[in-house]
Design a protein around this ligand. Structure first.
Ligand SMILES: Cc1cc2nc3c(=O)[nH]c(=O)nc-3n(C[C@H](O)[C@H](O)[C@H](O)COP(=O)(O)O)c2cc1C
Length: 148
């Protein structure tokens, strides 16, 4: 899988006013009708219980300048302290989003499938916000690289 380059994302939730977030690359589109994407979350991740409750969440597509933010949400920082990395705001439903991400894809959990150590969550897309140019942060061969 080191040879499967992937755009780095952060999955963020704000259920009950509590911010949680996690770096994820196991993210892909599912359907355009309805607009839906999937996210694979380890059952050991602190984000897993809130995702399993059927929460609203945001998939923040990181840009090439966000390697440090990805590291913070990938385990360098814990809990709400992760949100001190990068510029975050809350949408009208209380879901935190990275304001200068390439895109913020706001979803609600619509289906899930447990497989091995992970749960595959399908999120129905509620709203999309785009920002700036297309300049993804890519994870490949165990490190962050720029697309060009
Ligand atoms: C580049 C990168 C991609 C990751 N992708 C995923 C992923 O798709 N799914 C997942 O469950 N964990 C993934 N992780 C691991 C989690 O981000 C990490 O284990 C995180 O610390 C889990 O949150 P927790 O410490 O709050 O439990 C990834 C980590 C990195 C650095």
């Amino acid at each position: 899988m080191r040879r499967l380059a992937a755009t780095v994302t952060i999955i963020s939730t704000g259920e009950g006013g509590e911010r949680q977030g996690m770096t994820a690359t196991a993210v892909t589109s599912v359907t355009t009708d309805p607009p839906a994407i999937l996210v694979c979350v380890n059952q050991s991740a602190s984000l897993h219980p809130v995702m399993a409750s059927g929460t609203r969440f945001c998939v923040n597509l990181l840009k090439d300048a966000h390697a440090e933010v990805a590291g913070a949400f990938g385990g360098k920082l814990q809990g709400a302290a992760r949100f001190t990395a990068g510029e975050w705001s809350d949408n009208e439903t209380g879901v935190p989003f990275l304001t200068d991400a390439q895109a913020n894809i706001f979803c609600t959990v619509d289906a899930l499938m447990i497989y091995g150590t992970h749960t595959i969550f399908v999120g129905k897309v509620d709203e999309v916000r785009l920002f700036g140019d297309i300049a993804p942060l890519i994870y490949q061969d165990g490190r962050y690289i720029k697309a060009s």
